[in-house]
Ligand binder design. Structure first.
Ligand SMILES: Cc1cc2nc3c(=O)[nH]c(=O)nc-3n(C[C@H](O)[C@H](O)[C@H](O)COP(=O)(O)OP(=O)(O)OC[C@H]3O[C@@H](n4cnc5c(N)ncnc54)[C@H](O)[C@@H]3O)c2cc1C
Length: 302
């Protein structure tokens, strides 16, 4: 079947992109592999109207709202290729089926590449968090660690200081210079020089950092940054241009979420440097509306 738009990625950004298209009664297919970036967290915060809910519940309810529109279909599966064709794009799924559409929206997200630090994977999304706006409030006033797992500016520790007592772990990756050390000290941020051997604690209950010198620092939460990569190879294979963000590449888009490939839009973490659900939802809605508008204009030769 040929659709007006295919959306690859059916999480916050992809579902939001489907909403304006569905409301415009366009035929939309959403394809999703169920690998949401925040699936490791038990609660999502900071998204208006949904604060504190399990992140999967938010997506489940959003999907129900979106597929209630009769022209919107959803496939649980993985898109493996996207090929430009005369009428738009042909999308191949892992099971070999193909679907075509005039417009393509990439809401495929990114994958966090966790370094091989013992305990990190187990605590990811519980004791170890990326975003203080998402998870800082719940540990406010506590003992907080800022752990460098990639080069990060020391002033990130100052940001986290907003939420509690901070110890900065440069970890041999992000050693502050003298001016930064003075700035951190003046603001009550401790620096732990020893390199980090492991993340400790019970997910959901406690967190800590074990140092290579044998000591363990008990904390209420650890904030860090990790490198990320595109979750899907499709944007690169289509020839989309990328920009650099502090954690990894993001798809280049214009103000209407159009990529550098005509007819291909992108939204969510795959196309924004600062990642949070509200941003993914906003970008997705814009991409969906822009894709619809481009269909209408093209139909009128504009
Ligand atoms: C541990 C953790 C906790 C977080 N907590 C919060 C929070 O509390 N509040 C907040 O606002 N933000 C939070 N975030 C950020 C938030 O998860 C992201 O901003 C958000 O998930 C981005 O939505 P998205 O739709 O762009 O991508 P995702 O939610 O990552 O969804 C992308 C979807 O595309 C699918 N996909 C990818 N490639 C393909 C393919 N080829 N075929 C089919 N499907 C494909 C994936 O399977 C996935 O379902 C957190 C992030 C992490 C890592």
């Amino acid at each position: 079947m040929t659709y007006d738009a295919i959306i690859v990625g059916g999480s916050y950004a992809g579902l939001s992109a489907a909403m304006p298209l569905g409301r415009a009664r366009k035929r939309v297919l959403i394809i999703d592999a169920e690998q949401r970036r925040n699936r490791f967290a038990t609660a999502a915060h900071g998204f208006l109207g949904q604060d504190g809910r399990p992140p999967g519940d938010i997506v489940r309810d959003a999907r129900a709202e979106v597929v209630a529109h009769p022209t919107v279909s959803f496939i649980d599966g993985s898109a493996t290729a996207a090929t430009p064709v005369d009428t738009g794009f042909a999308i191949t799924l892992a099971d070999g089926t193909m679907h075509a559409a005039a417009r393509l929206i990439l809401a495929t997200g990114v994958v966090d590449e966790l370094p091989a630090l013992p305990g990190l994977r187990e605590q990811w999304g519980t004791g170890v968090a990326l975003c203080p706006y998402c998870h800082g409030y719940e540990v406010a006033g506590g003992r907080l660690g800022v752990l460098a797992l990639l080069p990060m500016p020391a002033h990130h520790a100052l940001l986290i200081r907003e939420w509690g007592d901070v110890t900065f772990f440069p970890n041999g990756i992000a050693d502050p210079d003298d001016a930064e050390r003075a700035m951190l000290a003046a603001n009550g941020v401790a620096i732990e020089e020893a390199e980090v051997a492991a993340i400790t604690g019970e997910p959901g209950q406690s967190a800590g950092i074990q140092l290579r010198d044998g000591r363990t620092i008990t904390l209420d939460a650890i904030f860090t940054g990790v490198p990320s990569r595109m979750a899907s190879a499709i944007p690169a294979a289509l020839g989309c241009a990328f920009d650099d963000s502090p954690s990894g590449p993001i798809i280049r888009v214009d103000a209407t979420m159009q990529t550098t490939v005509p007819g291909v839009f992108a939204a969510g973490d795959a196309a924004r440097a600062m990642s949070f659900i509200a941003g993914a939802v906003a970008d997705g809605y814009l991409a969906g509306a822009a894709a619809h508008r481009s269909l209408v204009m093209a139909a009128h030769g504009l």
